[in-house]
Design a protein around this ligand. Structure first.
Ligand code: ADP
Ligand code: MG
Length: 324
């Protein structure tokens, strides 16, 4: 198969095969030198790119469906963190071989999310080499309302969605050839981008980041860019039942707070808006937990439930140790 028939068969065909992904704001899609796209009036275009490399961003044995899904999900998570609504996606893929079964699997996982978010694949590039996937997503956000890392204020509460640590626990299980618990592996391979939450935070919050490299490191990016400090009450950090069961003899907080692949949102909010978070939590059926606050200064401080500082090993440590 030539490069061009491969593009037609597996990528250009997506809009025909999944008609829900065809959008009116795409004047020209796959096939020309560029796509031509119309941005709605009153909106800003939010753009983000992430590359996934086999053996680095996903274990080599990962199913192609999961690779397709994840490569889009991690990009959607960046749009979510800005409060943007997904619209278009481009895909640059480097393939080691022409494996039709693999490509079919990849496209079906990728298209699942395109359908869910009415996202149209508008172009890309196809090359030969070590497996690598670069996805670029484009979304819309109301002028000047985007959630930004540099907009935290002293006194703001800090919240996280969902649970922390499950992606890293899933990776630990895969690297140790354990298939249980399935939910953590699912979390690693098919993370849920919190797109709806990001959209609903517009006008309530000004500041958010998605947690992809570990809670402490990502809160660190937020405080650095806002030129402020954060205090995290570690006892409030939400953990799943699977993670609590894994750590029944004592939680390795360094692993939980520095592990990657959470794809939850961390956002800050004036403390007099707490009841809005309550409402949002019910509306979305998603837990939103207050884990700390922003203050003057710099750095991220972990404290226990009595406010005593906890020495947590710095980021970069991202493998779970076996429990005793
Ligand atoms: P050019 O050589 O002009 O860059 P290509 O031959 O790389 O064009 O691609 C032809 C068309 O197919 C372009 O519209 C391009 O955006 C699209 N395309 C190539 N690879 C992909 C892909 N993996 N997914 C989606 N569209 C693709
Ligand atoms: Mg090209």
């Amino acid at each position: 198969m030539s490069e061009f028939s491969l593009i037609d068969r597996f990528f250009k065909s997506i809009t025909a095969q999944y008609p829900q992904t065809r959008r009116a704001d795409v004047a020209l899609g796959i096939g020309d030198d560029c796509a031509l796209l119309n941005i709605p009036a009153g909106k800003q275009l939010a753009v983000s790119t992430d590359t996934l490399i086999s053996g680095v961003h996903f274990p080599e044995q990962t199913a192609p469906q999961d690779i397709g899904y994840k490569s889009l999900a991690v990009n959607l998570s960046d749009l979510a963190a800005m409060g943007a609504t997904p619209a278009w996606v481009s895909l640059a893929i480097t393939l080691p071989e022409q494996n039709e079964k693999w490509l079919q699997g990849f496209v079906s996982g990728f298209a699942e999310l395109c359908q869910q978010y009415q996202l149209q694949l508008i172009g890309g590039d196809t090359t030969h080499g070590t497996l690598s996937i670069t996805v670029q997503v484009f979304g819309f956000v109301d002028n000047d309302l985007a959630l930004r890392r540099d907009q935290a204020c002293a006194g703001d509460d800090i919240y996280v969605s969902g649970c922390i640590g499950d992606g890293a626990l899933g990776l630990h299980h895969i690297l140790n050839h354990q298939q249980q618990p399935e939910s953590c592996i699912q979390h690693l391979n098919r993370p849920t981008a919190r797109v709806e939450l990001g959209q609903k935070l517009l006008g309530i919050s000004r500041c958010a980041i998605d947690i992809s490299d570990g809670l402490l490191s990502d809160v660190g990016h937020l405080t650095e860019q806002s030129q402020l400090a954060a205090v995290i009450d570690v006892s409030r950090v939400p953990l799943s039942e699977d993670l609590s069961a894994f750590y029944q003899y004592g939680i390795d907080w360094s692993a939980v707070l520095n592990g990657g692949d959470d794809y939850e949102l961390c956002f800050t909010l004036k403390s007099d808006l707490r009841n809005q978070v309550e409402n949002l939590q019910h509306e979305l059926g998603l837990s939103l937990t207050r884990i700390g606050y922003i203050k003057e200064g710099s750095g991220v401080y972990c404290v226990d439930e009595n406010g005593r500082e906890m020495p947590i090993k710095p980021a970069g440590y991202n493998h779970f140790k076996d429990n005793l």
